[in-house]
Design a protein around this ligand. Sequence first.
Ligand SMILES: [Zn+2]
Ligand SMILES: [Zn+2]
Ligand SMILES: [Zn+2]
Ligand SMILES: [Zn+2]
Length: 350
Amino acid sequence: MSSNDNDNDRYSGNGYGEMVSSKKECTSCEQNNVDSITESIDSVAVLDSTTLSMCAACGKKGNSDDMNTCNKCKMVKYCNAACKKKHRSKHKKACERREAELHEEALFKEVEPEECPICLLTLPLDTDKSQFQTCCGKIICHGCIHAMLMSDGKDLLCAFCRMTNIKTDQDDINRLKELMNKGNANAFNYFGNWYDDGEMGLPLDHQKACELYLKAGELGSVEGYCNLGCAYRDGRGLARDVNKAKYYLELAAMLGDIRARHNLGGIEAGAGNVDRAMKHWMIAAKAGSERSLKNIKLGFRDGFIAKDGYESTLRAYHERQDEMKSDERDTAKEKRGMLLANLRSIRRGM
Ligand SMILES: [Zn+2]
Ligand SMILES: [Zn+2]
Ligand SMILES: [Zn+2]
Ligand SMILES: [Zn+2]
């Protein structure tokens, strides 16, 4: 305690007497004036981190907001484009390393799942258990569609926007085109699906499908990028290209597409990168993918995954499955034949 007493004496001796007594005393070191000391430290930090930065090329200080940031690594700032250009060769290596790190961080981040806009439960991962509505452009779970069918059996209305469902393929196509004109990303993806399968009276055209998937992805449809990635992987509608497949599947996975992530695991495993494959399958399994969980079980059996990781994945998988469950969805599954027959009869005007 004696050294602390000395500190107090020193402050008093330097003319802090009155001020110090009104200031807070730190309970652990009994140092006075704690507030003003931390305040000044804070203000210096704020000045440095948010307003002033140093040019990585010439060292001149400037206002951060006005400076030219490296748009690849976001790590360094320059006074202007000339300084940026001058520094390029020196900065290249560090920049690429940081850019790769940022990519890895984004790639292996878990993303919040998409919800059904009516019941607000996570949408089923199985695309066969939800439906894209060409009236309002929403993706609705079969549970909500079935509930609507039960309350309004005669003339099925859209469970979201209450518009009467379409009677013919051509009506459906016209509605989808209207959505595409409004820039609805999912509409481009579904139009691509129809060409890919030669559905709705459209010709089978994989190339056209891929063009639509790309447009869908660019507008924000994760399924569009996933479908394009799979097309590159399989050489369907364009030349087979594993690097491009990986590129588009990664874009989709980063935006939360679980099917894309499961497929990415397959590409990584095929290239001998088992650790990366397991990382993808673990995230996908945690998000509820049954196929990825199967691979994780094999990975655990073969010693690629530790017990802790395996158990936490299994737990998260079951939690997510519970999150996706509801009485309405169970009934829709039970009455699936009836539901599909109704959806079909309306589509075909029977
Ligand atoms: Zn500079
Ligand atoms: Zn950079
Ligand atoms: Zn729903
Ligand atoms: Zn609707």
